[in-house]
Ligand binder design. Structure first.
Ligand code: F6R
Length: 610
C-alpha cells in the first residue's frame, strides 16, 4: 500500500526518483508525487493518476536537485486527488514527508495542531507528520525532530522526511511497513522494497520496526526510537536485475507465468536428498521437538496464498495424524483459535507484509504457538515475526496478480508437509522418495503446459466478452477453482465465482445459462465420476462447459464443449498443473479486454492495512 523512495547523492534526483517510482507502482497507483530540494527551496509536484502522468508533467522541467523523495499512493484516508497525493508539507514548506501506512491517532494530532494555527491542505492522515516535525525542527537537527514525533505516532508507517534547509540528509523511520536502505558510491537510497533499488546498488540495509535512520551521501546511521545507535552490516543482494524487468513480455504477469518452472525448481532445489528419501530443511531443524509434540496445526494466509494453504490441507491431512485447519488470516483472531505451546501455525505470504497475516502470527506467538512462515520477499516483516521461515525462491513478483509465487508456495507447502511427516515418523524413506520423484517432475511438466498457450489464447478469444464465469473443482482442485476465479476477476474485472463442485446444486446452479460459461477442473481420482455428473447438470441447463483435465476419456469428450488437457501427475503436483492454464486464460481474456493487467484497478500488491 503506497511505495516510497528517497535519494541523497550526486545524480539528478528527478529522473532517478521517477524511475524508482515506476518500479514501485505495483504497491499503489492512484496518485504520485516528488519533492526535490532545489536551491534551498522545496519543490513539490504531485498529482492524481499514474507515475507516467507525473513524469509527463515534469518532462520539460530541469532541476539541479540531487536530493529528493518520491511516492506512489494507494488511497486510504482521502480520495486520490492532487492534494491528497504525497509528499505532504507544512504550510511553510519547511518539511516534506512521504508515508506508507496508516497513522491511527492522526485525528487528535490534527485537532491539536489546528488549535495552534496550523493550516491543513489535505484530508490525509499523513499530513500531520509534516506539521508535527516542522514544530519540533530547530533548523539543524532533523533526526531529533523526526525521532520525537515517531515516538508519538500509532499505527503502521514507513516514512521519509527532508527539510528545506538541510540539503545533506534524509531521515527515514519504520514501524510496521517495509523500508530498505541502499548504499551506493557517494549516494544513499531508501525504498519500500529491494527490487526497486537493484539497478542502483546491491548493498542493502533492511530496517526493522522501531528504527530510524539518517541517510547522508556517504553514510546511513541507524538508531532505535530511543536514540540508541544500532550497528548493522549491509547485506549484498544477488537477485538478477533482469528478473525485475519485463524481458520482452507484454506484461510482468505473463513473464511471471512463464517463470514458473524456475520458481518451482528453485524452491525445491537443495531441499531434499532423493537417494536417501529425505527432506532437508535446516531452517526448521531447531524446532524438531516442537514438531514432534505438536497437537494441532493451523495454516493461515490471505488471497492467493490462502488458496495455496487450502490446497495443502488435502495433502497434509493424508500425511499427518494431526487435527489441521486452514483459517483466513483476517478471521483468525476472531475465531477463538486453539493456540498453545502444542500448536504449530504456518503463515504463507508472498510479500511477508500482509497486515492480516502479521496480525494472526502475532496473536499466535503471544499465546505460545510456534510459527513457521513461507515467504518470498527476503527480510520481510513476517520473517522476523516467525520462529522460522521457509523462503520460496520465486524471485521478485511485480505483477499485482500473484502467479509464480503461488506455485512456489504450493511447492514449499509440499516440502513442509513431507518434512513434518518425516519428523513425526509418518513416512518411510521409500514413501518420501516416491513423493519427491513426482515433485521433481513438476518444473518439466509446467514447462510443457506453457507450450499450450496458443490453445488458451483461442479459448480466450471465444469467451472474453462474457461477463460471468463459474469455476468448479472438487477435492484438491477446489482451491484451484477458487484461484482461477480470483485471477479472472482481478485482472479482467469479469464476475467469476469459484465453487466446490458438490455445492453447485445447493444454489449456484440457478445462475447457469448459455451466457455463463463454467470451467470445470477434472482429475483422475476418486471423485472423477462425481465431477462428470456435475458437468451433466450444467449441460442440462444449457450451460457451456470448458473442462480442464488430466484424463480425457470418451465420456468427458462427449460432455464438454471445450477441453484443455494438462499432464497427468501425482497429487503433489496436480494443483500446480491445473493452476497454470487458468492463469493463462485470465491473462489472455484480460489482454483482449484491454485492462491494466499488471496494475488492476483498486488493488495493491501488498495489503499492509487490515
Ligand atoms: C491475488 C493476490 C492477493 C495476495 C494476497 C496476499 O492475485 O495477489 O490475493 O495473494 O493479498 O498477499 P501476500 O501473499 O503478499 O500475503
Amino acid at each position: 500500500m503506497c511505495g516510497i523512495v528517497g535519494y541523497v547523492g550526486h545524480r539528478p534526483a528527478k529522473d532517478l526518483l521517477l524511475e524508482a517510482l515506476q518500479r514501485l507502482e505495483y504497491r499503489g497507483y492512484d496518485s504520485a508525487g516528488l519533492a526535490l530540494l532545489e536551491s534551498d527551496a522545496l519543490y513539490v509536484e504531485k498529482r492524481a493518476g499514474k507515475v507516467r502522468d507525473l513524469a509527463e508533467r515534469l518532462r520539460d522541467k530541469s532541476f539541479r536537485a540531487t536530493v529528493g523523495l518520491g511516492h506512489t499512493r494507494w488511497a486510504t484516508h482521502g480520495p486520490p486527488t492532487d492534494i491528497n497525493a504525497h509528499p505532504h508539507s507544512d504550510e511553510h514548506r519547511q518539511i516534506a514527508v512521504i508515508h506508507n501506512g496508516i497513522i491511527e491517532n492522526y485525528l487528535p494530532f490534527k485537532e491539536e495542531l489546528q488549535r495552534r494555527g496550523h493550516q491543513f491542505a489535505s484530508q490525509t492522515d499523513s499530513e500531520v507528520i509534516a506539521h508535527l516535525i516542522e514544530e519540533r525542527y530547530d533548523g539543524s537537527n532533523l533526526f531529533e525532530a523526526v525521532r520525537t514525533v515517531v515516538q508519538r505516532l500509532q499505527g503502521a508507517y514507513a516514512i521519509a522526511v527532508m527539510a528545506r534547509d538541510n540539503p545533506n540528509e534524509i531521515v527515514v523511520a519504520r514501524q510496521g511497513s517495509p523500508l530498505v536502505v541502499g548504499l551506493g558510491q557517494n549516494e544513499t537510497f531508501a525504498a519500500s522494497d529491494i527490487p526497486t533499488l537493484l539497478s542502483f546498488t546491491r548493498q542493502m540495509l533492511v530496517l526493522h520496526d522501531g528504527e530510524i535512520a539518517v541517510l547522508r551521501r556517504n553514510s546511513a546511521e541507524i538508531y532505535d526510537f530511543s536514540g540508541r545507535k544500532i550497528e548493522r552490516a549491509p547485506q549484498q543482494v544477488d537477485w538478477d536485475v533482469l528478473t525485475a524487468q519485463k524481458q520482452g513480455y507484454k506484461h510482468f504477469m505473463l513473464k511471471e507465468i512463464h517463470e514458473q518452472p524456475q520458481a518451482v525448481a528453485h524452491t525445491l532445489q537443495g531441499r531434499y536428498d532423493l537417494e536417501r528419501g529425505q527432506i532437508l530443511l535446516p531452517e526448521l531443524e531447531a524446532f524438531r521437538s516442537k514438531i514432534q509434540n505438536a497437537k494441532f496445526i493451523y495454516l493461515t494466509a490471505m488471497g492467493t496464498a490462502y488458496y495455496a494453504a487450502l490446497a495443502a490441507k488435502y495433502l497434509w491431512r493424508e500425511l499427518l495424524d494431526l487435527p489441521l485447519t486452514v483459517e483466513m488470516a483476517s478471521e483468525f483472531r476472531y475465531s477463538k483459535p486453539y493456540l498453545n505451546q502444542e500448536t504449530l501455525v504456518i503463515a504463507i505470504s508472498q510479500s511477508g507484509e500482509t497486515a492480516d497475516t502479521l496480525g494472526a502470527v502475532r496473536m499466535a506467538r503471544e499465546r505460545g504457538a510456534t510459527v513457521f512462515s513461507i515467504v518470498n520477499v527476503v527480510g520481510a516483516t513476517l520473517t522476523r515475526e516467525s520462529d522460522a521461515t521457509l523462503y520460496t525462491h520465486a524471485g521478485p513478483e511485480i505483477g499485482v496478480a500473484s502467479t509464480k509465487a503461488f506455485l512456489a508456495q504450493l511447492a514449499a507447502l509440499d516440502l513442509l508437509g513431507l518434512y513434518i511427516a518425516q519428523v513425526r515418523g509418518k513416512l518411510s524413506p521409500s514413501q518420501t522418495q516416491e513423493a519427491l520423484s513426482s515433485l521433481a517432475q513438476a518444473p518439466v511438466l509446467i514447462e510443457k503446459l506453457l507450450q499450450q498457450e496458443q490453445q488458451i489464447v483461442q479459448l480466450a478469444q471465444i469467451f472474453y466478452q462474457k461477463e460471468h464465469f463459474l469455476f468448479l473443482g472438487r477435492d484438491l482442485l477446489y482451491p484451484i477453482a477458487l484461484e482461477g476465479a480470483l485471477k479472472l476477476k482481478e485482472i479482467s474485472y469479469i464476475h467469476a465465482e469459484g465453487y466446490a463442485a458438490g455445492e453447485l446444486k445447493h444454489g449456484p446452479i440457478a445462475l447457469i445459462d448459455p451466457d455463463m460459461p463454467t470451467i470445470v477442473l477434472v482429475t483422475k481420482n476418486s471423485v472423477y465420476e462425481k465431477v462428470l455428473s456435475n458437468i451433466q447438470e450444467v449441460r442440462a441447463r444449457r450451460g457451456v462447459v470448458i473442462a480442464v483435465t488430466d484424463d480425457v476419456q470418451r465420456e468427458l469428450e462427449h460432455l464438454a464443449d471445450f477441453i484443455l488437457e494438462v499432464p497427468a501427475a501425482a497429487r503433489w503436483v496436480t494443483p500446480m498443473l491445473f493452476a497454470v492454464p487458468l492463469q493463462l486464460f485470465a491473462y489472455h481474456v484480460a489482454d483482449l479486454r484491454g485492462t491494466d493487467i499488471d496494475q488492476p484497478r483498486n488493488l495493491a500488491k501488498s495489503v499492509t492495512v487490515e
